[in-house]
Design a protein around this ligand. Structure first.
Ligand code: GDP
Length: 298
């Protein structure tokens, strides 16, 4: 795990917001709190989570009688961990056969790559996986998914130009007939403002439900950790349309500011099943609140 933590830390550091810098002075004073507020906002933490964290740190510093900035920093690590803790949740499969997982996200968020990584992760747990290419419109999207299917040696249900909901229905039916453990449905990328496409997602969900009354069992949104407050807006829009059960936050090895997870925890807490820390198949990690807080503040 050391490797990805280092990459996460390096990625978060690239932003220059470097929150830990705030704690290098001689004392805990108003200037420190002001700098901390700015650093948190610059890391995409958002106004509400920033206010919450500032209040927490001030309160706990007072209560503990801490006087050294390093103590305030440790208090911030604890406060951030506590804020992020509700986002920690494992993705559980095996309760249904198949477990149907719908995956959505805006273009470029890393959805297709994440599906490839997730397939490898699930296969590593011994699960048989079937991929459904419900992005029937873009040939490139189908081809991309087919490449990930090949790499993972799993089957794929795909149909050029077909109806996305019909392909999803067929995949769930095939998954059940073939005794698969998981059916992963890749949906077309979109912008949250493309409401007609949101309707298409809702239709996929409804039709999947017709194939299996208990499905979909998970509705995941893939968000790009670099997009800051925009990612929060996406979580809101997709949740309103689909009732999300989980998130995959990608590109945290890049220039992500990381604070957006605190904003999500404060304003729209949807569990973070995984984080993406690279472009390779194995660069997917389960989310750990304390490790993340430590990486953000190291
Ligand atoms: P989609 O349009 O949402 O399906 O996005 P893709 O899966 O095609 O990914 C878009 C780009 O982001 C590709 O170049 C991926 O290699 C890259 N990418 C995806 N996830 C990660 C990640 O966790 N870290 C990094 N560094 N790049 C990623």
């Amino acid at each position: 795990r050391q490797g990805w933590m280092t990459r996460l830390t390096a990625g978060l550091r690239k932003t220059g917001s470097n929150i830990s810098q705030v704690f290098t002075g001689a004392q805990i004073d108003d200037a420190l709190y002001e700098e901390l507020e700015t650093a948190l906002l610059m890391a995409d933490t958002g106004v509400k989570a920033t206010e919450h964290l500032l209040e927490e740190v001030k309160r706990r510093v007072k209560a503990s009688g801490a006087t050294r900035p390093v103590q305030a920093k440790n208090i911030l690590v604890d406060s951030l961990t506590q804020l992020l803790k509700p986002l920690e949740k494992p993705l559980v499969i095996g309760q249904f056969q198949p477990t149907v997982i719908m995956v959505a996200g805006v273009n470029g968020a890393g959805k297709t790559t994440s599906i490839g990584k997730l397939t490898k992760h699930l296969a590593g747990e011994g699960a048989s996986v079937l991929l459904a290419a419900a992005d029937t419109f873009r040939a490139a999207a189908r081809e991309q998914l087919a490449i990930w299917a090949d790499r993972n040696m799993v089957e794929i249900v795909s149909q050029a130009g077909g109806d996305p909901a019909a392909v999803s229905f067929d995949a769930v039916t095939a998954g059940r007939a073939r005794g698969k453990d998981v059916v992963l449905v890749d949906t077309a990328g979109r912008l949250p403002t493309q409401l007609h496409l949101m309707e298409e997602l809702r239709k996929i969900k409804r039709v999947v439900q017709k194939a299996d009354a208990t499905a979909p069992h998970e509705v995941l949104l893939v968000i790009d950790g670099n997009t800051g407050q925009n990612a929060l807006a996406q979580v809101r829009a997709f949740d309103a349309a689909l009732q999300l059960t989980g998130l995959i936050v990608t590109k945290l090895d890049g220039t992500a500011k990381g604070g957006v997870l605190a904003a999500i925890a404060q304003e729209k807490p949807v569990p973070v099943y995984f984080i993406g820390v690279g472009e390779q198949l194995e660069d997917l990690e389960t989310f750990d609140a304390r490790e993340f807080a430590l990486a953000l503040l190291s």
